[in-house]
Design a protein around this ligand. Structure first.
Ligand SMILES: Nc1ncnc2c1ncn2[C@@H]1O[C@H](COP(=O)(O)OP(=O)(O)OP(=O)(O)O)[C@@H](O)[C@H]1O
Ligand SMILES: [Mg+2]
Length: 389
């Protein structure tokens, strides 16, 4: 059976992954220094759905030949408690280390170490640190920030003891930034002290992430190298679509390719979704018509309904009203304010917040729009009112 030429809903590698060579080359160069204590920490910054997590997963693949480097991806999305983050970091480190080295016996020793009451009996430092961590985790009085520090110390002890180097990729890092500067400062202090560990912080709240790198007041000021993940250019998307269609022997005229690329607007996510819809509609060996492209777009929006609904629900009432107004084509703050029936002062403040999180952008001074055109279209369809047509 022929496998589908497109993948939706999860990060992609191999033939399903296009471009990002320059970004990966730079990341590899920054990370590669870790073996000589000469690595730099980096910040991977890009809008939602542009392919950050895929870049991280491809970095893992590229690091496969490096037997002494253990890459670890931690998804920080929606983690409310610092203790949860600390546990996740430790678990992912152990899991990634064992997967890379095949040292299965280590896990058994850790489980034993956690149950050991006489800590002194543990000869190996990482096991002792792990036991400490488990103990502190169970103690209700342990301060949450210090749990993060403990987790990071354990991870470093693992690297030292096993003579490996760790690349810790904290995905959706904006959710860690929310904990505030005090927490970030403590994380920074440990990061700086670590010789065998380097970090890639990835996030989609573009302005928030950039402030982390460039704002003088940021605890990470001048400590991170930015690697922007931009939308793909149209030619790249077109070439990718053609290649993928051809693996399924599908015929698609240039004008249709052009149309799909335009609908995708440089988001690899939408290119994959439209491609998959078309593949499901016409099947291997079939031909793509203009009507089918339009229908694929409609079906894609329908298919994203639940996801957009959830996402939209994460905003405050005022933010939702503003997004609806922007989707209706109100672009200036004064127009938005009129539509939302609120003083312009409140509107401007919220517009700035939305910009900081990369949800809206300002193509020109005094003009705003929603960055994701498919989300904007979904909102427009949802809130279009008969009274205003
Ligand atoms: N380089 C690429 N080539 C082809 N498709 C890609 C590429 N990067 C991402 N995609 C597609 O886009 C989708 C989203 O990618 P990914 O999850 O990596 O993005 P993200 O920026 O991490 O998104 P989010 O901000 O939602 O976490 C993937 O499921 C995949 O279909
Ligand atoms: Mg992601």
């Amino acid at each position: 059976m022929q496998e589908p030429p497109f993948i939706v809903g999860r990060p992609v590698t191999g033939e399903y992954f296009v471009n990002r060579e320059e970004e990966l080359r730079r990341l590899l160069a920054l990370v590669g220094g870790v073996k000589k204590g000469a690595s730099s920490n980096s910040a991977l910054i890009g809008l939602r759905r542009t392919g950050k997590t895929s870049v991280l997963e491809n970095l893992v693949v590229r690091l496969e030949p490096e037997s002494a480097i253990v890459p670890i991806i931690v998804n920080c999305y929606g983690i409310a408690a610092k203790s949860r983050f600390a546990k996740l970091l430790v678990d992912k480190a152990i899991e990634s280390y064992i997967r890379k080295t095949g040292d299965n016996a280590y896990l058994k020793r850790l489980v034993k170490a956690a149950g050991e009451t006489a800590r002194a009996a543990l000869e190996r430092i990482s096991e002792a640190k792990f036991a400490d961590f488990s103990l502190k985790l169970r103690d209700k009085n342990t301060e949450e920030d210090s749990l993060i520090e403990e987790a990071m110390h354990y991870v470093e002890s693992l690297a030292n003891e096993k003579n490996v180097f760790l690349v810790i990729m904290l995905d959706e890092f904006q959710d860690v930034i929310r904990w505030g500067d005090d927490t970030l400062k403590r994380i920074r202090a440990v990061v700086q002290s670590q010789k065998r560990v380097c970090y890639v912080l990835a996030g989609s709240a573009t302005t928030v992430m950039r402030s982390l790198v460039y704002d003088r007041r940021s605890p990470f000021y001048r400590q991170l190298v930015e690697i922007p993940i931009k939308k793909l250019n149209k030619a790249t998307v077109s070439t990718f679509l053609k290649k993928r269609f051809s693996t399924a022997r599908m015929r698609c005229q240039d004008s249709q390719i052009e149309k799909i690329s335009t609908y995708s607007d440089g988001y690899p996510d939408y290119a994959q979704r439209l491609g998959l819809e078309l593949y499901l509609a016409v099947g291997p060996g079939g031909g793509v018509t203009e009507e089918q492209v339009d229908k694929a777009y409609e079906d894609m929006i329908l298919g994203l309904d639940g996801e957009f609904e959830n996402y939209f629900g994460t905003f405050s009432p005022l933010e939702r009203e503003i997004l609806a107004a922007l989707a209706m084509g109100k672009i200036q703050p004064s127009e938005v304010a009129r539509e939302v029936r609120k003083p312009i002062f409140n509107i401007s403040k919220t517009l700035t917040t939305l910009m900081n999180y990369g949800i809206i952008e300002r193509p020109m001074k005094g003009q705003y729009r929603i960055t994701d055109p498919v989300f904007a279209d979904w909102l427009n369809r949802r809130f279009k009112s008969v009274a205003e047509t």
